[in-house]
Design a protein around this ligand. Structure first.
Ligand code: UGA
Length: 429
């Protein structure tokens, strides 16, 4: 099939390279000339496993091309996917400016029947907004259909998730449009859920908000564990064994970050407000998340007797492993708090360092956990990269100024650290 994907961020680029790999003719469009230039050379603007490989293969095989022109893309496609960013606006509701601008451009370019797919995470009702933009621009109703086809990929495993989705959600008003997408995704062999537009749009927000709720729930339980002497790992295991609950997203830690969960939780709260529903549960989910990191930092501060003149070593800066994304990363909150109270920070991350450097040029960036540990008053695990899992604790104990480790991701074995003379603190036990 002939597909155009507008926007080459995580969702757009991954979707584009995967669809090309499946044998579709794909045009990926971006309005950033620098990105277009690099993409044409096979260099992705994001770090994501397997993307570079698929990009190069798609370009070489002629199934993928990169363009800066929506007009060119519209002329040569039967399906146009809108995958531009919807960052939180000043009030927390998603900013739809880019989606609307792309819809207006499509309206100017459309010459044959086209299925226009909202792949960006957009609030319920956005499909109608896009439809209205086209109709207002004079495009005839029989020239297009708008479909909602939300994406459920995770950063760090985006290509795998796109190739093996648990479900494909297609929200459409017309059967013809829904069928086109069913055909497009047929090679994946995944279950397809066809719904109306609004339901598909809401499935995305409800899914991300439910995942955030699960994490905040277990994090709240972790606090009860700390107060009662229970172990949140055992509690989560016992809970997760109930198939009605499931064992995923029950890993207690510093809380959820990234470009999606925080934005979508706020987005759904705002949608509720707009429609006249006060989603108090989600506000609590968000508050628990913030306090989870704050409480961890308070515990560290108490243990060290304040941050003044102290050096804290951070392992991991990205919001989660296998990505260089630092949007809403817990490391940023922790660094800010330590610096504001007179402490110094040494940090290491396999790939996110360059991004954090832009925000905090004043901290010391190092290449390994051992360099970070050297002279630090405490070592904090913030992102559970595999590089930070199998450490030599005798060596770390020798390097640390004070033998204190705070594990924000519940990765380390208390016994192993204590054997090396290290005082171990974690979350929920
Ligand atoms: C999330 C969803 O998982 C995807 O399905 C969705 O497509 C994506 O948002 C999106 O809307 O684009 P992502 O933000 O890449 O994916 O990352 P997750 O793996 O969901 O992790 C989010 C955060 O939750 C991370 O900070 C992670 O450390 C934290 N987390 C996750 C926990 O603290 N505990 C867990 O058990 C799981």
């Amino acid at each position: 099939m002939r597909v155009a994907v507008i926007g080459t961020g995580y969702v757009g680029l991954v979707t584009g390279v995967v669809l090309a790999q499946l044998g579709n003719h794909v045009i990926c469009v971006d309005n950033d000339p620098e990105k277009v230039k690099k993409l044409r050379q096979g260099i992705p603007p994001i770090y994501e496993p397997d993307v570079e490989d698929l990009l190069k293969k798609g370009l070489a095989a002629g199934f993928l091309c990169i363009s800066d022109s929506i007009e060119e893309a519209a002329e040569n496609s039967d399906i146009i996917m809108i995958a531009v960013g919807t960052p939180p606006g000043f009030d927390g509701a998603p900013d739809m400016t880019a989606v609307k601008a792309v819809a207006s451009e499509i309206a100017k370019s459309i010459k044959h029947y086209t299925v226009i797919v909202n792949k960006s995470t957009v609030p319920v009702g956005s499909g109608d907004v896009v439809e209205k933009i086209l109709l207002d621009a004079g495009v005839k109703p029989d020239m297009f259909d708008v479909v909602s086809n939300p994406e459920f990929l995770r950063e760090g495993s985006a290509v795998y998730d796109t190739l093996h989705p648990d479900r494909i959600v297609i929200g459409a008003k017309s059967k013809e449009a829904a069928d086109k997408l069913v055909e497009l995704y047929h090679p994946l062999g995944s279950p397809v859920h066809i719904t109306d537009l609004a339901s598909a749009e809401l499935i995305k927000y409800a899914s991300n908000s439910f995942l955030a709720t699960k994490i905040s729930f277990i994090n709240a339980i972790s606090r009860i564990c700390e107060l009662s002497g229970a172990n949140v790992g055992d509690v989560a295991k016992g809970m997760g064994a109930d198939r009605r609950i499931g064992d995923q997203f029950l890993q207690a830690g510093l809380g959820w970050g990234g470009s999606c969960l925080p934005k979508d939780v706020q987005g759904l709260i705002k949608t509720g407000e707009r429609l006249g529903y006060n989603f108090e549960l989600l506000q609590a989910v968000s508050d628990i998340n913030e306090d989870q990191t704050a409480n961890f930092v308070r515990r560290l501060e108490r243990r060290l007797g304040g941050f003044e003149e102290k050096t804290i070593g951070l392992l991991g800066l990205a919001f989660k492993p296998n990505t260089d994304d630092i949007r809403d990363a817990k490391s940023l909150v922790i660094i800010k708090e330590i610096l504001s109270k007179g402490g110094k920070v040494r940090a290491s991350d396999p790939i996110a360092e360059k991004n954090v450097r832009q925000v905090f040029p004043q901290i010391t960036y190092l290449k390994s956990a051992y360099e970070v540990a050297k002279g630090s008053d405490a070592l904090l695990l913030v992102t559970e990269w595999s590089e930070f899992r199998g450490l030599d604790w005798d060596m770390i104990a020798l390097l640390l100024k004070q033998k204190i480790v705070f594990d924000g991701r519940r990765v380390y074995d208390r016994g192993a650290l204590e054997k090396s003379g290290i005082e171990y603190h974690t979350i929920g036990s």
